[in-house]
Design a protein around this ligand. Structure first.
Ligand SMILES: C[S@@+](CC[C@H](N)C(=O)[O-])C[C@H]1O[C@@H](n2cnc3c(N)ncnc32)[C@H](O)[C@@H]1O
Length: 373
């Protein structure tokens, strides 16, 4: 029998659950958290509460599955140092751009000059495009993206401009508005749009996205620069968390590991890999959707996650909190924790308010509070 709402709320940690009214989208995507969309990220306020409960200012927090860098950004905002590891090069680029310190004067100068260049663009020059790019972009949009790419290589803040390019490329794909997260095939004809309740046309141009996201990125970096702890910094490491070598002692972990069969983290940003020529290490992703969720895939996943925590142990100070956020609907984590030598202290259930895409039903996740025995 389903739980009554009262019983359900008794089981929830209400300090870790927010309604849409408590926490509207603009708060969940504050400052640099919205430099580029990312599926399956933490909400920053969750990390904020966990840092406050389990860590102190001046400490150093690690996220071995750092994704879009929510842990790192919030650590800097709360006055901690942070290290983030991820196997996906685009995620590392995003984290680096979010957490770097900038000379805002020179950043603004460069971004404004790139935007001015968009207006005065002559014949597009951009080089060769892969068949993926030719399929997913209208000719004019592709020419604009390639011109932007050709123009930015020599800028001091080329990485910021690469993230802007990737965000514009995401929006400019020929896809239905509702399928932006998981587009299946290029949409070449007008279509009935469930999001806007009218007929929409696939995108033809990219320059308006490039302009809008350039100015938005500048504003967001400026906002974050005012908030972050002055003396604190973040390190981003591109690699497989099962074998990465870290200098300790670190004061603890906050992470949300991938879950088997849900998301392909490289494929999610395929346009960025194609446009930016990033190193593709998808074969080392743990629990990719492409591998499915059969018995073999689940066993490999569990062994892989346990191996990550086991190998991080020497880099942590004794008793360090290891906080794992997961919706463990297959009950894999009791065995993973045991194999990694982690002891469960507490488990907090939170309600996840999901507002995007065509997903239905309530969704919960657990915060597993553990430490090495
Ligand atoms: C659920 S996401 C983390 C999202 C993150 N909490 C955020 O707020 O953006 C899991 C991440 O694990 C990464 N990952 C998968 N396999 C990995 C591996 N072997 N080593 C390091 N990172 C890996 C994926 O690329 C993905 O970014």
């Amino acid at each position: 029998m389903a739980l009554t709402q009262e019983a359900l709320y008794r089981e929830l940690d209400l300090d870790l659950s927010w309604s849409e009214r408590d926490l509207p989208e603009r708060e969940r995507t504050k400052h640099v958290h919205r430099l580029h969309p990312y599926l399956g990220k933490f909400i920053p306020q969750l990390v904020e509460v966990l840092l406050d409960r389990y860590f102190s200012a001046g400490e150093h927090v690690l996220d071995p599955f750092a994704g879009s860098g929510t842990t790192l950004v919030q650590a800097l905002e709360s006055g901690l140092d942070a290290t983030g590891v991820d196997i996906a090069a685009f995620n590392c680029l995003l984290m680096q751009v979010k957490t770097s310190r900038y000379d805002l004067f020179s950043l603004e100068h460069e971004i404004r000059s790139v935007v001015a260049g968009l207006d005065s663009q002559g014949a597009p020059k951009g080089g060769r495009a892969s068949s993926y790019l030719r399929d997913w972009y209208a000719p004019q949009a592709l020419a604009e993206l390639l011109s932007f790419r050709a123009a930015i290589a020599d800028y001091e803040h080329a990485d910021v401009l690469r993230v802007i390019l990737a965000r514009a490329a995401r929006s400019a794909r020929r896809t239905r508005h509702f399928d932006l997260e998981f587009p299946r095939s290029p949409q070449l004809e007008p279509y009935w749009c469930h999001k806007h309740r009218r007929t929409c046309r696939p995108v033809e141009r990219a320059s308006h996205f490039l302009r809008r996201y350039s100015l938005d990125t500048l504003e967001r970096i400026k906002q974050f620069q005012r908030l972050r702890g002055r003396a604190r910094s973040a390190a981003v490491m591109h690699g497989d968390a099962r074998s990465i070598q870290l200098q300790g002692p670190l004061d603890g972990i906050i992470t949300s590991p991938p879950y088997p069969g849900l998301i392909d983290y490289h494929e999610q940003h395929r346009y960025a890999y194609e446009l930016l020529g990033l190193d593709d290490r998808r074969k080392q992703e743990l629990g990719p959707a492409a591998r499915g969720s059969g018995r073999g895939a689940l066993t490999d996943y569990s062994q892989g996650i346990a191996a990550v925590f086991e190998q991080l142990r020497p880099a942590l100070r004794p008793g360090a909190p290891v906080l794992i956020v997961v919706n463990d609907r297959r009950s894999l984590y009791p065995e993973i924790l045991a194999a990694a030598g982690l002891e469960l202290e507490e488990c907090h259930r939170r309600h996840v308010n999901r507002r995007t895409g065509r997903r239905a039903g309530e969704y919960y996740e657990d915060v597993l509070v553990t430490h090495f025995a």
